[in-house]
Design a protein around this ligand. Structure first.
Ligand code: ACM
Ligand code: ZN
Length: 541
């Protein structure tokens, strides 16, 4: 048995700060052990003391847990089965026992760690994971998972001799509550299995929100029982002479939600209104201002034909759709889009103009605001919160709305100053559909400046203009992945990784702990883990 010694590498708040304000490279800290260089965890934990030696994790390593930890322990047993071909028993932790092996417990956890924090010790006896809540224990397991995957990569993938986990003590918790990734499955449809892989990769990086963009001009992707034409008709288009598209049944959505719940990922569905709605209008043209007809194509851009808020039938439709969505998704947040809605048709529509008059609205922007207010009332009555793109500020923000700031940070700053919650995703740093360099032939959208890995790593989500009270409203950030120029799951992976690894660290790790050289060093190991998971990541320059 080893009696590991631990070296204090850095503690949040007392981290060694270099003259440039960046944390010193832990591998160069005085007294650094061989483990310092071997421990590559992304995002970087807030406190880490490396020890000497290692614990050998193997097929016969037992798991013990308390009642709260049971679901996470079962999940860990599933991982063990994938690693070693045999699922270990999960035993109940006896009071005051000091068992060997893998231990997960909420007993004696430091409440200051919060819902998502955890403490983790690997020593000669095994791995002890302590957290106030199951969510934190899940992140302890993700740290173990990364270390185990790293050990497997070191051993060329073989696990026959067990996996050597380096001795270490970690105390960890996230900086931001909203650590998200979005995916547009409308411009190009993404199969269910890939959606699950994407969610698993988020969890692997301790991200906790999956924003599922489900409706668009180019296709409607979710089954709504009251409106079968949305999936029979709106989910499909002709592309190169062939029928292209797809959708998720409600049973499939439930399958994704169960998968996400096990990984502590909240799935926030987006049902776009009043714009980006052509696929729905093609099936139900009576909900537009002109009555159609409309054709669904793969052509990108901003379409003028949008829902008609002058027509009561539009609200009946939207509320019926959202009613089914509220019943399906446990998320407190429901995203209603709200972006890029031209007002051209409303200006010429007698019903819209009559609504403006009857409601005493100033103009068409106020008409959009009227729609968002009405939809918010509906969602709030269902116990849900409305979230939308920053255009929902125009014409007046609905009372409880959360704003997703994509056109820079202005919208987010304005919303926080109006006492509203905000999620940051400025296209300058967080649009992972944008290309990663300006090299000839670089993949991705070219309607914005390229966003390379260093730019993502350097991103600071908290606008310095905000007071402390206003800053409280910034829940966190996310990256958006629009698929006009992304056709396949492999292409999504190429655009997302490793930029999502950098964003995960931006959102989790204290800014004074961040260090580009240290990150890229850890990333070299991490990319081998991603390769072993068949992730088609882009090799950093
Ligand atoms: C957006 O990129 N239109 C939110
Ligand atoms: Zn109208």
């Amino acid at each position: 048995m080893l009696a590991p010694r631990f070296y204090l590498i850095a503690i949040l708040g007392v981290a060694a700060i270099g003259s440039n304000g960046a944390a010193a490279d832990p591998s160069e800290a005085p007294g650094a052990s061989a483990n310092t260089r071997r421990i590559s965890v992304i995002p970087l934990p807030q406190q880490m003391e490396t020890g000497e030696g290692s614990f050998r994790l193997a097929a016969d390593t037992p798991i013990a847990c308390d009642a709260t930890a049971q679901p996470v322990a079962e999940y860990l047993a599933e991982l063990m089965e994938a690693w070693f071909g045999r699922r270990p028993e999960v035993a109940t932790l006896a009071a005051n026992a000091a068992p060997r092996g893998l231990v997960l417990t909420t007993e004696h956890a430091d409440p200051k760690l919060g819902e998502e924090g955890y403490a983790l010790t690997i020593d000669g006896n095994g791995v002890r994971m302590t957290a106030p809540a199951a969510h934190g224990l899940f992140y302890a397991v993700q740290t173990i998972r990364q270390l185990a995957d790293g050990a497997a990569a070191d051993a060329d993938g073989t696990r026959n001799n067990g996996l050597q986990l380096p001795c270490v003590r970690i105390v960890d918790q996230p900086r931001f509550a909203w650590r998200g990734m979005h995916l547009d499955v409308c411009r190009h449809f993404m199969p269910l299995e890939f959606v699950k892989k994407y969610i698993d990769l988020l969890a692997y990086h301790k991200m906790n929100v999956f924003h599922w963009h489900l409706t668009e001009d180019q296709g409607w992707r979710i089954e709504i029982k009251q409106y079968p034409r949305l999936t029979e008709f709106s989910a499909w288009r002709m592309e190169d002479g062939k029928r292209y598209g797809g959708f998720y049944t409600q049973d499939e959505v439930r399958e994704v939600l169960a998968y996400a719940r096990q990984r502590f990922v909240t799935v926030v569905p987006e049902i776009e209104m009043p714009g980006h709605a052509l696929a729905a209008l093609a099936a139900y043209p009576e909900l537009s201002c002109t009555g159609g007809p409309f054709e669904i194509t793969g052509k990108s851009g901003v379409y003028k034909d949008v829902f008609c808020p002058g027509n009561e039938a539009t609200f009946t439709f939207l509320e019926n759709v959202l009613g089914e969505v509220c019943d399906l998704f446990p998320s407190r947040y429901i995203h209603i889009g709200g972006d890029e809605c031209p007002k051209t048709r409303w200006e010429e529509c007698p019903k819209c103009q009559a609504r403006i008059k009857a409601e005493g609205l100033a103009d068409e922007h106020a008409l959009q605001s009227y729609l968002v207010h009405r939809i918010e009332k509906f969602l709030n009555a269902r116990g849900k919160r409305l979230i939308g793109w920053d255009e929902i500020l125009e014409g007046g923000l609905a009372p409880n709305a959360t704003v997703m700031s994509w056109r820079g940070t202005k919208g987010g700053i304005a919303a926080a100053r109006e006492d509203h919650d905000v999620v940051m995703c400025p296209s300058s740093h967080c649009y992972f559909d944008f290309r990663q360099s300006d090299r000839e032939g670089e993949r991705g959208a070219d309607w914005g400046e390229p966003i390379d890995l260093a730019k993502v790593y350097g991103y600071e989500p908290m606008p310095e203009e905000l007071t402390a009270a206003e800053a409280h409203h910034v829940l966190g950030a996310q990256a958006n992945v629009w698929t006009e120029r992304i056709d396949t799951p492999a292409d999504v992976e190429y655009m997302v990784f490793p930029r999502a690894c950098a964003l995960a660290e931006v959102l989790w790790t204290a800014p004074q702990r961040k260090n580009w050289a240290d990150f890229t060093g850890r990333l070299a190991t991490h990319l081998r883990r991603l390769a072993a998971k068949n992730v088609n990541y882009r090799k950093p320059d």
